[in-house]
Ligand binder design. Structure first.
Ligand code: NAD
Length: 357
């Protein structure tokens, strides 16, 4: 049977931050440092925030999986912290492949009903790629679709993984996409789908998109097949700079890594998991076990995620200042990490940003 127990019903407002300052005048933010390179890149972000005197106090939380009533979950104290602070910054969490506990990333998204995954991708000056000036905005449905976690062995040698699409979750993320386009001044929303094959599931997503579009007459709405989008984006991504793309879960996961490839890789791409009550900001990349503990990781993706977080919290001036220092450091090119062709360590790069604040 399908469980909808963690779902809150759809709300038509754009998620607004409602966290409160503590006695010292700072906003408490829950921080999950994560696995692999997580602690190194989290430290870089904390050092940069401290140097910029950003009014944030970090509340470290633990997400070591626990079994409660036979289900894998995260510690109740962590849930309580994120619910209280309304916002968290998260490092990458390693997920066992093909067996073991369910993905903690999925558990977090479901627990807090983080229905939209916002993944902007912008070229940085100082790192040469085939295209300059890429500026894509991709929104991924974040709670169901191919990630519903409903899988069965039918008989030996035959398995089923179910793609679940509901009108409720589709409407929520589509409405968020139109609202976000309005907020950031983009006049076009494009649904990316495969309703030619997934006639019922993507068909429903597309139908809901057509319905929601009627409530946003100032936004131009169209749809494109996923394979076509991939071909066109790698051929010339710039025509996507005026659009917000929105799509079911798996397509967004894959297409956003492709977008990352267009601008210089996973070290540069941030994201926000947005819910009505809480939001969790994290880099698109994973725990990078191949370079963990060596001081080689690029903290830009987590830093830009934390800039999205500051803007979400209304701390826009801090975000602008730190972001400028980071982009100027990248443009100068003297303190680039290895993934961008440089020799700087994670801390060298963080210090270079700090020296520009
Ligand atoms: P990955 O993103 O961790 O790494 C892919 C490649 O990119 C590696 O070569 C890595 O060194 C490089 N890379 C990634 N981030 C970098 C950075 N900040 N600086 C420099 N190089 C960087 O993907 P993977 O190796 O497929 O996954 C490793 C683990 O991370 C898996 O357990 C996976 O499930 C998990 N994962 C977690 C998240 C998340 O927490 N949101 C996302 C993706 C993958």
């Amino acid at each position: 049977t399908l469980s909808f127990q963690n779902r809150r019903f759809y709300s038509d407002k754009v998620a607004k931050f409602t966290g409160q300052k503590d006695a010292s005048g700072n906003f408490p933010v829950s921080i999950i440092e994560g696995d692999g390179i997580g602690p190194e890149i989290s430290q870089a972000v904390k050092d940069i925030f401290a140097a910029a005197k950003a009014p944030v106090s970090w509340e470290p939380v633990d997400v070591t999986p626990m079994l409660i009533d036979g289900k894998t979950t995260i510690p109740p104290a962590t849930i309580e912290s994120i619910e209280r602070n309304k916002v968290a910054l998260k490092g990458p969490l390693a997920t066992p492949i093909g067996k073991g506990h369910v993905s903690l990333n999925l558990t977090l998204r479901r627990t807090f009903n983080l229905f939209a995954n916002l993944r902007p991708c912008r070229s940085v000056a100082g790192y040469k790629t085939p295209y300059d000036g890429v500026d894509t905005v991709l929104i991924r449905e974040n709670t169901e679709g191919e990630y519903s976690g409903i899988e069965h062995v039918v008989v030996d040698g035959v398995v089923q993984s179910i793609k679940l699409i509901t009108r409720e979750a589709s409407e929520r993320v589509l409405r968020f996409a139109f609202q976000h386009a309005t907020e950031i001044g983009r006049k076009k929303v494009r649904v990316v789908h495969k309703a030619t094959i997934m006639k019922m599931s993507d068909g429903l997503f597309l139908k809901v998109a057509n319905d929601v579009a009627k409530d946003f007459p100032h936004i131009e709405f169209d749809a494109e097949l996923l394979d076509n989008t991939c071909l066109k984006m790698v051929t010339d991504p710039l025509p996507y700079n005026d659009k917000v793309l929105v799509m079911p879960n798996l397509y967004g996961d894959i297409l956003s890594d492709m977008c990352a490839g267009l601008i210089g890789g996973l070290g540069l791409t941030p994201s926000g998991n947005i819910g009505d009550q809480c939001s969790i900001f994290e880099a698109v990349h994973g725990s990078a076990p191949d370079i963990a503990g060596q001081g080689k990781a690029n903290p830009t993706a987590l830093l830009l995620s934390s800039m999205m977080m500051l803007r979400h919290m209304g701390l826009t001036e801090y975000a602008n200042r730190i972001e400028k220092a980071a982009f100027d450091t990248l443009a100068e090119g003297k303190a680039l990490t290895g993934d961008l062709g440089g020799k700087a360590s994670t801390t060298d790069y963080a210090q270079a940003i700090i020296s520009r604040l």
